[in-house]
Design a protein around this ligand. Structure first.
Ligand code: PMP
Length: 371
């Protein structure tokens, strides 16, 4: 009798398991993808167990921090570079120039390395050191500039535009008002992915909510979900202090007050990404920083999830929307990026005290304030 190998025995033993689960399909990522840009998208939905159990609703997060550059902005970065290539704005070996709070820059720096372009980034000097360091490590030329309003010619976006005009073979990709590069990436990918993923679930999807920086994510997903569901899925905006969009959506005014610890979100105007779709929004929820900081620590303690402030704000708003929509409702939000990019601030006692937020953390969460 021929002896069997360990591998043959293992294969034989696994056969009944495969027969028991005939419907199992290969995960999209079990097939090779084409380099950095091929790995963007097809992110899972993560059930936020602590909040789903507490509310009797299902609160799901689209895991955009699992993109290869670590944030939701990888999708826009690739959309913007593709736009520049397809519209003859850049030729091989050229330079991509952009104004960004950080995550678009990080996505662009990756895409530029992968496609042979140089990358120049202008950003407000209020952003975390981790993001500036990472951009430089990815080979980008970084210009931190004073954080001034959009109507000031020294605003980081206008400086980026002028820089591109001074160079040969360079494109300013203009994430705030280039809907064909930014919003379109979410109409083509994020929106259809969320619709397909939730259509598989009994009851489907009742609500979507997320915050806005450029507006590409919210507008693109809203456009897609409203179109695919015939308007049935409610789409809402989540907004931090200092932004005027909650006031615009709820009351038709452009009021803003205060500032926020969140980075990359909040807006003082209706960008070109937002303008075609903002009328489809069903409402907006304002989230104060005290709720956001508590949620960062809650998600870590209860769910083992380590997220940045824009994500925590999104999750606070998703929980509030689910409660509004009623028991059993299902709501999706965006898990934008991990806390790794902000940890020297968000997990520092001194920094939290400087923002008057340390006192907002309940006793059992203080052990996580490790810096
Ligand atoms: N969260 C983070 C951390 C971001 O960097 C950004 C983009 N600035 C957003 C959310 C918002 O995404 P969008 O620009 O598509 O509105």
């Amino acid at each position: 009798m021929r002896s069997t190998t360990v591998l043959q025995r293992a294969l034989r033993a696994s056969r009944p398991l495969q027969q028991a689960y005939p419907a199992l399909q290969p995960h999209p990522h079990s097939l090779p993808v084409n380099g950095f840009v091929g790995a963007i998208g097809n992110t899972p939905l993560i059930r936020i167990n602590s909040l789903s159990n507490e509310t009797g609703c299902e609160i799901l997060g689209k895991a955009e921090f699992m993109n290869p550059g670590g944030s939701v902005k990888d999708r826009a970065a690739w959309g913007l570079v593709k736009w520049a290539e397809e519209n003859g704005k850049i030729k091989p070996g050229g330079t991509i120039v952009e104004g960004t709070a950080g995550n678009t820059g990080i996505g662009l720096a990756h895409v530029c390395r992968a496609r042979g372009y140089k990358c120049v980034i202008y950003m407000p000097n209020t952003q975390s050191q981790e993001k500036i360091d990472l951009l430089r490590m990815l080979g980008a030329e970084v210009h931190p500039v004073p954080a001034v309003a959009f109507d000031n010619p020294e605003n980081y976006n206008h400086q980026a535009k002028r820089h591109a005009e001074r160079l040969d073979n360079a494109a300013w990709v203009n994430q705030f008002d280039n809907a064909a590069g930014n919003r379109q990436a979410h109409i083509d990918t994020t929106g259809p992915e969320i619709y397909a993923q939730t259509s598989l679930l009994p009851g489907g999807l009742q609500g979507f909510i997320c915050s806005t920086g450029t507006g590409g994510t919210l507008a693109g997903i809203t456009h897609s979900l409203k179109q695919q569901s015939g308007g049935k899925i409610q789409c809402w905006l989540a907004d931090p202090p200092g932004s005027c969009l909650e006031s615009y959506v709820n009351r038709g005014t452009l009021d803003r007050e205060g500032g926020s610890i969140t980075e990359g979100i909040g807006q003082g105007r209706i960008t070109d990404n937002l303008s075609p779709d903002i009328k489809y929004l069903d409402g907006a929820i304002h989230v104060p920083d005290a709720k956001t900081i508590r949620m960062i620590y809650h998600l870590l303690h209860e769910d083992g999830l380590y997220f940045g402030a824009s994500t925590a704000l999104n999750v606070v708003a998703a929980k509030e929307l689910a409660v509004k929509l009623g028991k059993g409702s299902r709501v999706v939000t965006i898990l934008c990026d991990g806390a790794y990019r902000y940890q020297s601030r968000l997990f520092s006692k001194k920094w939290l005290e400087s923002k008057d937020l340390y006192k907002e953390l309940p006793e059992h969460l203080l052990k996580y304030v490790a810096l």
